[in-house]
Design a binder for this molecule. Structure first.
Ligand code: NAD
Length: 329
């Protein structure tokens, strides 16, 4: 069976090569092109393709993949908001993903971002390198005794809740379902109550119609002054223009983003030599209390190994017609 892995970076190749001996039936080819309508035709002759968060797996791409004989789309990530699932179903293409791979990888980055914006680690690092040992602009707050509000308490949100508890924080949460594993130390509240009580708000729900722009000006106004907001989930959970308005209103002590609305096109690319035509992200980065990383939550040794192994198992399951919890339907 042949698998074509799109947008392959060296680290993808290494992690898949490390586990591929366990799946001798699968032959893998790697290409660095992103999956999109222009590149979908390259998959002719492959049984399955593997794509990542920035791929365009919309209707047009899927039609080209179906014509090329591709039977399965294997997402090497948890989110699948970039896949037209209905179209895939219509075309008889199986879609599978990796719903859980080291949730702590993302949760630990969420806390790292919260700590970094709180104590302005990025500024302090640069100041000391410039022989500037002053403390101007570095004052933070302690997390101990403060309230952490977790939006979405699935695998990653639960891991973040445990980390926040470890910091001695009171943990409150909002989710459409309550996670029974967290009942012992998490108080579930409405979204409005979470917004108004939290000192740290961390987003861990998927991007859905119901969650699109859930952080907008109306909701920002409900937050405490001096709140820290962290988004490691999906960029469009936050309305960036309205976030900028909130930052200008001095609502936030800090904002840490591993994901943001304009990230497609940037993610994992070196654009340091380009003049960006119009960039809301550049405006965001102009604020001293904002830190942005580029979708690196998943990027740990443990997560990469787990993603590679699960993706190849997904390919075997797709070939055998075996449905599992990894199917996207
Ligand atoms: P999960 O499915 O285990 O948990 C998601 C939780 O969100 C569930 O408990 C669900 O009930 C809840 N939810 C659904 N709709 C909601 C709503 N309207 N309001 C509040 N909560 C709602 O998913 P997970 O593995 O914890 O991943 C969470 C998100 O993290 C993913 O959707 C993905 O977008 C993102 N992610 C980011 C990275 C990264 O590298 N930054 C890596 C993996 C996942």
């Amino acid at each position: 069976m042949k698998l074509l892995l799109y947008a392959a970076k060296i680290y993808d190749q290494k992690s898949f090569d490390m586990v591929k001996d366990k799946f001798p039936e699968i032959e893998i080819d790697y290409i660095d092109h992103e999956l999109e309508p222009r590149t979908a035709g390259i998959a002719k002759g492959y049984d399955a393709i593997c794509a990542f968060v920035s791929a365009d797996v919309g209707a047009e791409t899927l039609e080209i993949l179906a014509d090329a004989g591709v039977k399965a789309v294997l997402m090497r990530c948890a989110g699948y908001n970039n896949v037209d699932v209905e179209k895939a179903k219509e075309l008889g293409i199986v879609v599978k993903r990796v719903p859980a791979y080291s949730p702590e990888s993302v949760a630990e980055l969420a806390m790292a971002l919260a700590m970094a914006v709180n104590r302005r680690i990025y500024k302090a690092y640069n100041k000391v390198r410039e022989n500037d040992y002053t403390l101007k602009g570095l004052r933070g707050v302690i997390f101990y005794g403060k309230t952490a509000g977790i939006v979405g308490t699935g695998k990653i949100g639960a891991a973040m809740a445990r980390i926040c508890r470890g910091f001695g924080m009171k943990v409150i949460a909002y989710d459409v379902y309550e996670n029974p594993d967290l009942k012992e130390f998490v108080e579930y509240v409405s979204l409005d109550e979470l917004l108004s009580r939290s000192d740290l708000i961390s987003l861990h729900c998927p991007l859905l119609d119901s969650t699109y722009h859930m952080i907008n000006l109306e909701n920002i106004k409900k937050m405490k002054d001096g709140v820290i907001l962290v988004n490691t989930s999906r960029g469009a959970l936050v309305d960036t223009d309205e976030l900028i308005e909130g930052i200008r209103m001095k609502k936030f002590l800090g904002v840490g983003l591993d994901v943001y609305e304009e990230e497609t096109g940037n993610v994992y690319e070196d654009r340091s030599d380009e003049i960006m035509p119009h960039s809301t992200t550049a405006r965001l980065m102009s604020f001293p209390n904002v830190m942005i990383t580029s979708h690196q939550g998943f990027y740990t040794m443990e997560a990469l190994a787990s993603i590679a192994e699960t993706t190849l198992q997904n390919m075997m399951d797709a070939a055998n017609g075996t449905e599992t919890g990894n199917d996207v339907k």
